[in-house]
Design a protein around this ligand. Structure first.
Ligand code: ATP
Ligand code: MG
Length: 252
């Protein structure tokens, strides 16, 4: 039996003015799995996350999330669907004047009617999952870059979204933090369930967490499938990218 999908792009194209960034892309997002999107800088990885989060409408094609066609909905309907999705941005910004705990609590205060007690429990659980349960009373200015990034993830998962979109979660971190964050994404998925889509350049980390991989090249998805299948793909573009070689079809 085919795996259930929580979202999918169907024949999606995206152009900004003259420039076409995505061409007829179709991408299934399997429920409960971690899908990693790879491709060189500027390939359109973040654009795909913005489509899935309803922040960007395609020039043509359809974006389905939980069976809803986002392209056929008005803003209020899209916002309803977005409640079950969370986008962890490449550069997540916390509010400097609020403690970590208050920052993580914000999405619950803004989008739910939970009691203060429930909010406290949820925030504690989310901070604990990212190894920051001791830092809830600290201000963002008192934390390192890696800790801020982890705090951003705690805020992204505190609402227990069905779909979490991570944009380059390990970029710019030291190898130990990369390992920590990779495990954290796996652990958050175990603890809160749900589905994750991750864009990344970090191959060891992708190999550790990906159930499915998709590779973008010149606006098209040139490979998609279970992680091992894509890794052993004979497509020379995939092989060159995964080998990190400057020799091959990818223009440098
Ligand atoms: N709002 C926009 N207006 C114009 N061009 C845009 C816009 N958003 C993205 N682009 C262009 O679309 C292309 C794909 O961008 P995107 O951010 O999706 O790439 P990416 O694969 O995430 O790259 P990176 O690995 O560097 O993060 C880039 O050339 C970018 O300049
Ligand atoms: Mg990007």
């Amino acid at each position: 039996m085919a795996n259930a999908l929580i979202a999918r792009l169907e024949d999606v194209s995206v152009s900004f003015g003259e420039r076409t960034v995505l061409r007829s892309c179709s991408l299934p997002i399997v429920e409960g799995a971690i899908t990693c999107i790879i491709g060189i800088s500027g390939a359109g990885k973040t654009t795909i996350l913005r489509l899935l989060d309803g922040l960007l409408m395609p020039t043509s094609g359809h974006v389905y999330v939980e069976g809803h066609d986002l392209c056929a909905m008005n803003e209020r309907e899209i916002n309803d669907v977005r409640r079950s999705i969370s986008l962890a941005f490449q550069f997540a910004a916390l509010l400097d004047s609020l403690t970590l705990g208050e920052n993580v609590a914000l999405p619950l205060r803004e989008n739910t009617t939970m009691s203060e007690r429930e909010i406290r429990l949820r925030v504690h659980s989310a901070l604990d999952a990212v190894g920051l349960s001791h830092a809830g009373d600290n201000l963002p200015g008192e934390l390192s870059g890696g800790m801020l990034k982890r705090a951003g993830f705690a805020r992204a998962v505190v609402t227990q979204p069905k779909l979490v979109l991570y944009d380059e979660p390990t970029t710019g971190l030291d190898p130990i933090s990369v390992h920590l964050i990779t495990n954290m994404i796996l652990r958050l998925r175990q603890r809160f369930g749900g589905t994750a889509v991750v864009t990344s350049h970090d191959l060891p980390s992708i190999y550790e967490m990906a159930d499915y991989m998709a590779m973008l090249f010149e606006g098209a998805i040139i490979a998609y499938g279970p992680s091992e299948e894509v890794r052993s793909s004979e497509n020379p573009i995939v092989q060159q990218f995964l080998a990190g070689s400057d020799v091959g079809p990818i223009p440098i």
